[in-house]
Design a protein. Structure first.
Ligand code: IFM
Length: 473
């Protein structure tokens, strides 16, 4: 995810809402915390793991702030049992984590590495022993470098390699893991990885990024077929998209056009093929104007649109758009229609992202109406400049207010008929925030990177108590 250049809100000055039951969330509502492999595991050259595109990208001068990388991260690979105990202590029922493809298949294809899969085998057992349901994501941005060298996601073959990896991982863990997410936020993989170059592998080619979109979705569909074949009726299968809520800044037709264009490129380009089996015509036309054709082959859209049990939604902010530049023109220097973000004027997180909880309600209601797949919030949370106080607490009142507002927004969406079944806080603990390194802290648990000491923040305690009260405990 990218930051904006706008200043952050005054940090941790809000008055924290007390933990109490959130009305409108049913007893079987799923409560979780989420992480991803590269952001927390460390041990990047342990037990046969090979480099992923993020290991390589972090070594490019200037790619990541302060030249940081995931070599050590939160040492979760070594500290996993104590981290699982901490997760259980937060009172959540579900832990969403991702598997590192480079640990499981060090060459991106071929035989499974027993030591690599062994880590996830132990993690799953540890979770189940503590009564926490594992929710597994197969791909959270860390493509094995060898596959990038062979063409990466712009190459069709990567989709087939992904399906093989999915099948191999399921063969090892599918007897105990029921909840499978194929991809996390394919927009980020395609757009940030291959168009803007802000994320690994750092390529900057618009056409390649759009080919990556199709092959990521195809990889999802092929993997889904294999998982369905292997997993039977018990499997719960989904994909996670990062979705905002895009609105026109005014009812000027140019603003309406700009908001629709942003929504097309950011949301409908993924949702429409996944759920309706077709790419949106306006986006296809826009790509055509830019000389790009999606590399769709016969049968691909049927593969991509096989039914989903759940749609994972990662929500952080909402965006308004104008179709007019500040100088009054409606086309940019390259002659393309202007799509300009216009702030809502709301407080911002340390990422510069505006805090717009009602955007989550609107998004969920819209997803229900236009796509009709049950949803789970697989990520929601905020970075703030937290500090460990002298009394050993982390008084992150801004994060408590953020979580409270967004969980209430989920309850509001349910009241309007959206079938939202769970909420996972991003993130369990502070971790490697990609191109921003370790300075952006999203955790409800503080991590001291010198000592690796974990301290549950006030938001973590609030989350634990809110879950308990809402369940009626
Ligand atoms: O940290 C990321 C995560 O890996 C994917 N979703 C957004 C988070 C915050 O940027």
């Amino acid at each position: 995810m990218t930051a904006t250049s706008s200043p952050a809100v005054n940090q941790n000055t809000a008055t924290a809402p007390a933990a109490r039951a959130i009305p409108g969330l049913p007893a079987d509502f799923r409560w979780g915390v989420a992480t991803s492999a590269y952001q927390i595991e460390g041990a990047t050259d342990t037990d046969g793991r090979t480099p992923s595109i993020w290991d390589t990208f972090c070594r490019v001068p200037g790619a990541v702030e302060r030249g940081e990388n995931g070599d050590t991260a939160c040492e979760h690979y070594r500290r996993m049992p104590e981290d699982v105990a901490m997760i259980a202590g937060l009172g959540v029922d579900t832990y969403r984590f991702s598997v590192s493809w480079s640990r499981v298949q060090p060459h991106g294809s071929g035989p499974v590495n027993p030591a690599g899969i062994g880590f996830y085998d132990r993690l799953v057992d540890e979770l189940l022993e503590r009564g926490v349901t594992p929710w597994l994501t197969l791909y959270h941005w860390d493509l094995p470098q060898e596959l990038e060298d062979a063409g990466g996601w712009p190459a069709r073959d990567t989709a087939y390699r992904f399906a093989d990896y999915a099948e191999a991982t399921h063969a090892a863990l599918g007897d105990r893991v029921r909840h499978w997410t194929t991809l996390n936020e394919p927009w980020c993989s395609a757009w940030l990885g291959y168009h803007t170059g802000e994320h690994a592998p750092g390529r900057k080619d618009f056409g390649d990024s759009m080919h990556a979109v199709h092959h990521l979705l195809l990889g999802h569909g092929l993997a889904a077929q294999r998982l369905r074949e292997a997993g039977g009726a018990d499997l719960e299968l989904g994909i996670t998209l990062n979705l905002g809520h895009s609105t026109p800044a005014t009812d000027d037709p140019e603003d309406v056009r700009a908001a629709r264009s942003a929504d097309g490129m950011g949301s409908r380009l993924y949702l429409d093929p996944l759920v309706h089996g077709r790419y949106p015509e306006d986006v296809v036309a826009e790509l055509g104007d830019r000389g790009v054709t999606l590399p769709v082959q016969d049968g691909d859209l049927e593969t991509i649109s096989a039914p989903l049990d759940v749609l994972g939604v990662n929500y952080y902010s909402a965006h308004q758009y104008s179709g007019t530049a500040e100088d009054g023109s409606t086309t940019d220097a390259e002659g393309r229609p202007v799509v300009r973000g216009v702030p809502h004027g709301r407080p911002r997180t340390a990422m510069g992202w505006e805090i717009v909880p009602e955007g989550l309600t609107r998004l969920l209601v819209r997803l229900e109406r236009e796509y009709g797949v049950p949803t789970v919030i697989t990520e929601n949370g905020a970075a703030f400049d937290d500090e460990l106080a002298e009394d050993g607490t982390v008084p992150d009142t801004d994060r408590v207010a953020y979580l409270d507002g967004h969980i209430r927004a989920v309850a509001d969406a349910r009241a309007e008929g959206a079938d939202v079944r769970g909420y996972f806080a991003w993130s369990l603990m502070d971790n490697f925030e990609w191109a921003f390194g370790y300075q952006k802290r999203f955790g409800i648990v503080h991590v001291d990177y010198e000592t690796q000491q974990r301290t549950v923040k006030d938001s973590g305690l609030w989350y634990r108590d809110t879950i308990r009260h809402t369940r009626g405990g």
